[in-house]
Design a protein around this ligand. Structure first.
Ligand SMILES: Cc1ncc(C[n+]2csc(CCOP(=O)(O)OP(=O)(O)O)c2C)c(N)n1
Ligand SMILES: [Mg+2]
Length: 600
């Protein structure tokens, strides 16, 4: 099937030898189709003409029913990268992103950097030129030798923010290198990769080899290494587990595997302050709805099950003497970060949840044979009781939470939890109220009620401005039936390419709900002033320079410019009706902006 798709309009006869495509752009579309890529997210530049021509021809061939790969135009590079990021977070599948030469890569670099840290796969392509207009059959335009040429170019710019980046040198490399790059993006640790492709190779025919998709196998630790770790688990009487991203996507039943490990070990599960998803059910009796730091000293064994920074501060004396730390991650000790200051006694590399499931199976088998003590029932009972008490106290506090002149964030999350349909995705780019969001959206509103099944996707990895693009990518992946709600801080909103995002919603009818958590400032940016200068000039004179966003913009009004629905709420009693109107607008295919004046 792959071959004739590579070769639209050309002969498909032959017996395994290379053949020519009508153009490199045609070969690219054929490659995407053959490799099950659904979208090409593109920030345009004029040298993409061969790609646009190929897509126009494909549309004619499609006869009015759009087939994959689908082309989506993006008015900002951060949007294009974020769409691929969100799509991969839901489906696990890498998509293609086009960034216009060096300047486009620089503009999208922050999103790439976040995808690299998040281990999110995508195949980034960036057009360039090798002839600069000297070959009149392939003149890219007068802007190339003058304005667009950079000493470094897209691949060199991409080196810093991707897993792998290179420049194509010969036309016959196009398809084999696309295939190789896609494999690198999708093998663990996953991440963005970048190919710099000369315009000349997109415009002219290229040879297309017959090879099929090259896929790697799941990587797990060796039996001997698993046995070493099982020995440590067997001896633990007070273990605990910390996670940030154990089940980043639910590929191959990752969450069920993680759950089976935790239940077999018999340990509470703590989350890193800003978890990347809900790896472990937050309503489970062993989920600890509190910070781990106060309990580190009680543990004799800690399993760091995928966490970039398991506790803070990273000081060794936080742990009990003799406590053993097992680090289970795709790439333990964080090779992509300059710092790993956490005690690490043993490690398992490879697919996190596969390795945890193998550990659980081994532990279970030992116990069944009576070669290991059963899990510590007293430890499980202690944490079940503690967790229930913490959860109940938090629920009471949330129920009673009020603010004088605005909405308490707990009221916002509780209303959203009630009104958002089960199965919706919740994307967060939130700082000050994040603990309230996790609690309010992911633990049942009422005692004894089942928690709705929401999909949690962290919309940022330290760098602001990615949440709404990622939410849009999630929506493309989830389809019309499942809602997507993106909670974004009023500060984070300013770092987002809003016109490009709203334009995308409008152009392609992608209805998401954007809730601006408007605490009227970059509030978290005042925390260190309070910490280090509690009686200093800034505090005593009330002069906080960092968090300032004044006057407060009318965020909801921006929606109208792009055909969206806007609401502003400053009083909790108005919340339900406003949310209802937003959800109704989304049913009509419109995006909605709900600006909620809230604290904290
Ligand atoms: C691209 C980028 N620039 C600056 C920062 C530093 N920064 C971290 S949080 C923050 C403020 C965010 O404000 P808001 O979204 O309103 O959240 P709040 O602090 O009010 O809870 C800033 C400026 C960053 N993380 N990323
Ligand atoms: Mg704010």
């Amino acid at each position: 099937m792959a071959d004739n798709l590579y070769n639209r309009g050309g002969s498909i006869e032959g017996d395994g030898h290379d053949r020519a495509s009508t153009s490199g752009a045609d070969a690219l579309i054929g490659f995407a189709k053959a490799h099950d890529i659904d979208f090409i997210f593109c920030s345009p530049i004029a040298v993409m003409a061969p790609v646009w021509e190929a897509f126009a021809a494909k549309a004619i061939d499609d006869g009015g029913v759009e087939t994959t790969p689908r082309y989506r135009n993006c008015r900002h590079e951060l949007l294009a990268v974020g769409l691929a990021h969100g799509y991969a977070r839901v489906t696990g599948k890498p998509q293609i992103v086009f960034l216009p030469t060096g300047l486009g890569v620089l503009n999208g670099a922050m999103g790439l950097r976040s995808a690299l840290q998040e281990r999110t796969p995508m195949l980034v392509l960036s057009p360039d030129t090798i002839t600069y207009g000297t070959d009149k059959t392939c003149d890219p335009g007068c802007e190339w030798p003058s304005l667009l040429v950079d000493h470094h170019g897209p691949a060199a710019y991409g080196q810093l923010a991707t897993k792998w980046a290179r420049e194509l040198k010969m036309p016959h490399e196009l398809v084999p290198e696309l295939r190789r790059a896609l494999y690198f993006a999708d093998s663990i640790p996953r991440g963005p990769v970048l190919l710099q492709i000369p315009f000349e190779f997109l415009k002219n025919p290229v040879p297309v080899p017959r090879e099929q998709a090259f896929t790697g196998s799941v990587t797990v630790a060796s039996d001997a290494d698993l046995d070493k770790v099982v020995k440590l688990l067997v001896n633990a009487r007070a273990p605990l587990v910390i996670t940030e991203h154990a089940a980043r996507s639910n590929d191959r039943g990752a969450r069920a595997k993680f759950l089976s490990f935790v239940e077999e070990l018999g340990a509470p599960v703590f989350e890193f302050i800003n978890p990347t998803t809900e790896s472990f059910p937050r309503s489970h009796p062993l989920y600890a709805p509190t910070a781990v730091e106060a309990h580190l000293g009680e543990a004799d064994l800690i399993v760091v099950a995928g966490s970039n920074a398991p506790w803070h501060p990273p000081r060794p004396e936080a742990l009990a003497e003799g406590c053993v730390v097992v680090v289970v991650d795709e790439d333990p000790l964080r090779p992509r970060a300059p710092f790993w200051g956490y005690r690490s006694d043993a490690g398992l590399a490879g697919d996190i949840c596969e390795n945890l499931k193998l550990l659980a199976d081994k532990l279970k088998a030992l116990r069944a044979r009576g070669e290991a003590p059963p899990r510590n029932a007293a430890h499980v009972a202690l944490w079940t009781e503690r967790n229930a008490a913490i959860r109940s106290a938090k629920r009471t506090a949330a129920k009673n939470a009020r603010q004088k002149d605005c909405v308490h964030s707990s009221q916002l999350y509780s209303a959203m939890n009630r009104l958002l349909p089960a199965g919706s995705a919740v994307v967060d780019e939130i700082i000050a109220s994040l603990p309230l969001l996790i609690e309010g959206m992911f633990s049942a509103v009422g005692e004894g009620e089942p928690q709705k099944d929401f999909l949690h996707v962290r919309g940022w990895a330290g760098a602001l401005g990615t949440g709404i693009p990622i939410a849009l990518g999630c929506k493309l992946a989830l389809g019309p039936e499942r809602a997507v709600c993106c909670f974004v801080g009023d500060g984070a909103f300013h770092y987002t390419p809003i016109p490009a995002c709203f334009g995308f919603c409008q152009q392609y009818a992608v209805p998401i709900l954007i809730v601006v958590c408007n605490n009227r400032g970059l509030v978290s940016q005042s925390w260190n002033i309070h910490k280090y200068y509690p009686h200093g000039a800034a505090v005593t004179s009330n002069r906080f320079l960092g968090p300032d966003i004044t006057p407060t913009p009318a965020y909801a009004a921006l929606a109208a410019a792009y055909g969206g629905h806007g609401e502003t709420v400053a009083d909790a009693s108005q919340l339900d009706a406003a949310i209802g109107r937003c959800l109704a607008a989304m049913k009509d295919g419109r995006f909605a902006v709900l600006d909620v004046l809230c604290e904290p």
